[in-house]
Design a protein around this ligand. Structure first.
Ligand code: IMP
Length: 424
């Protein structure tokens, strides 16, 4: 049996509406797996008007008989996980035999969240979600991180907690919050949490490859977006993982030879939360109108999102580095009432026109976007199912994007609900 495995990635700075598309596609897959990030993500799913925001558990959980996996590339705060499991169980979801979490995933401990907040109190802050993501990956790559598999040897686990706490209090000597922590109670609390969730942990690299061998299709669900990637994003204004498609392999143990395609998700305009460059950002009434109609507030932190026009230079870059084979455009309906809609086709940099994305934020800060203007479609997209029946202005907008990035747009989301979708 041949399985078909796809990676789904955000092509901007996150918040592209990935949760809805994963939920919609799930019926064609037997497995949905998260491969990076942690509870910094906020994937919103609306089914029959009922809204749920998931932070850790894959957005496929609302589809019957789907196995959901949280892979080794993620960093997990047990407290956030227990809370999310509780919400889903209350909602009537049975997670036994449906949720599996990697023993190799790293644990976010209370000191990671404290350090995130300390770093964010400084003038050169990144604007993180303060969920402890960066500090946890910092420990992972410094080879002192704590994994769930450390519960296989609690003596070593206790020693690691104690050593890490000693190390961190030494580098942040002024933090009363860090000083108030005690290794023994950190361990006791963690062990108590693990008691509630330990049953979900396995070596998911074996499980996923076994399911693929049995012919199950896997959808690999990225969190955040390509421009927040630690390698390809606007470093240092990034998250500390690889949301790009390559991260799907290292973050799950599914080899590149098993991946059949990459679905890229892009909003019909651009948003960003947190600090960092954003060439097409709008500071005028148009930006405010997009924010208002699009209800652009962070799903995890509630922070207002910065808004601007669609940036095709950045999009093409994201398409290339992810190997995108098909695109889903989300929130097109937000632009329904606009007279004029713009897309950025080039940047002007030092009197030259460029169409490549300078990921260095200190260069990106100085580019001037060059726009192509489109007449608004001035009609309601929601409710339509047939692309060819839509207004010519809308079709021209979509076709221009396809031609620019040389990848077909396959899905167009026209509203927040599961049903608001056009398949092209
Ligand atoms: P961190 O991931 O919490 O360390 O935050 C680093 C940067 O990534 C900040 O600019 C955050 O606003 C951004 N970020 C993290 N997660 C998301 C997300 O799910 N959507 C959008 N931005 C995010």
């Amino acid at each position: 049996m041949n399985s078909k495995n796809y990676v789904l990635v955000g092509l901007q700075w996150g918040d592209e509406g990935k949760g809805k598309i994963v939920d919609m596609l799930s019926k064609d897959f037997g497995v949905v797996a998260r491969y990076q990030g942690g509870a910094n993500a906020g994937h919103t799913i609306i089914i029959n008007g009922r809204k749920t925001v998931l932070h850790l558990i894959p957005s496929g959980i609302f589809t019957d008989n789907i196995v959901c996996v949280i892979g080794n590339g993620t960093v997990i705060d047990p407290e956030a996980l227990i809370e999310e499991i509780g919400i889903l169980e209350k909602d009537g979801q049975n997670l036994d035999g449906r949720l599996f979490i990697s023993k190799d995933a790293h644990i976010i401990l209370p000191y990671h969240k404290i350090i995130d907040s300390i770093n964010e109190s400084k003038s050169d802050k990144i604007g993180t979600t303060k969920k402890g993501i960066g500090p946890s990956y910092f420990d992972k790559y410094a080879r002192r991180g704590i994994k769930f598999s450390d519960f296989d040897n609690t003596k070593i686990l206790k020693e690691k907690i104690s050593k890490n706490l000693g190390y961190l209090t030494a580098i942040f000597p002024d933090s009363a919050e860090l000083k108030s922590l005690n290794a023994e109670s950190l361990y006791e609390n963690l062990a108590d949490q693990y008691g509630k969730i330990g049953k979900y942990f396995v070596q998911t690299q074996y499980l996923l490859n076994k399911l693929i061998a049995e012919g199950k299709n896997v959808l690999l669900e990225g969190a955040q977006g390509a421009l927040l990637d630690v390698d390809f994003g606007t470093y240092p204004y990034i998250t500390s993982s690889n949301p790009t498609s390559g991260g799907a392999c290292t973050g799950t143990g599914i080899p590149p030879t098993m991946i059949n395609g990459v679905i890229g998700i892009v909003k019909a305009y651009t948003t960003r939360v947190g600090e960092g460059p954003f060439p097409t950002e709008l500071f005028d009434d148009t930006g405010k109108k997009i924010a208002e109609i699009g209800v652009e507030f962070g799903a995890t932190t509630g922070r207002p999102r910065r808004c601007g026009w669609l940036d095709l230079v950045a999009l093409k870059y994201a398409v290339i580095i992810n190997g995108v084979t098909e695109i889903a455009i989300t929130k097109s309906d937000v632009l329904d009432t606009f007279d004029e809609i713009k897309v950025c086709t080039h940047y002007e940099l030092n009197d030259e026109l460029i169409d490549t994305f300078p990921s260095n934020p200190y260069v990106l800060d100085y580019v001037n976007p060059v726009y192509k203007s489109f007449k608004g479609w001035k009609s309601q997209l929601k409710g339509n199912k047939d692309f060819s029946a839509l207004s010519k202005n809308f079709r021209s907008y979509i076709e221009f994007i396809e031609d620019y990035v040389k990848v077909p747009v396959k899905y167009i989301s026209t509203g927040p609900d599961r049903a608001d979708i056009i398949i092209k």
